[in-house]
Design a protein. Sequence first.
Length: 200
Amino acid sequence: MVTAIIIICAYLLGSIPSGLWIGKIFYKTDIREHGSGNLGGTNSFRVLGKKAGIVVTAFDILKGTAAVLLPLVPYFADAAIHPLILGGIAVFGHMYPIFASFRGGKAVATSAGVLLGYTWPFFIVLIVSFLIALKLTKMVSFSSMAAAVIGVIYSMVYWYITGDFALFIVVFILATFIFYRHRSNIKRIREGTESKVTWI
């Protein structure tokens, strides 16, 4: 029973559509009707501005972190489930949120939050990788996928050193999610029409 409840909680955490709610409450704007139509941080930056984009991105990261840390809640102490699985469930909730008609984000920020909660040095590696790629290409989508690839490589090395096979498997699955959710971006990158940021 406890395991079922913690799984539901992880999904509901991931399902919180911060971009949608912040847009509607503070800007009277449904970001699904503007820009890319996506509920993630990138579209929040594009539609709502820098301040809202930062808040949405931070919130989406912390959803993944909170899901991984759920077993620290005394009530869930006996739950027979690996924290990384809870993180993966939160990412699924972010992509297919019950609170937003199952139309969510692209899994990048929440996936990063999962790793922040599980092993923060890994999170730092991904953030640095993302920013370097963004500086070079100006494309958030490409940088997200590049960080995902770096994440898989890092987790493979980490598995070899520590024996943490679970981390490798979950990171591989999260990276697959990220590439799947960026299908249209990959097409635009190939065509040379992908949008670029100008602030970095």
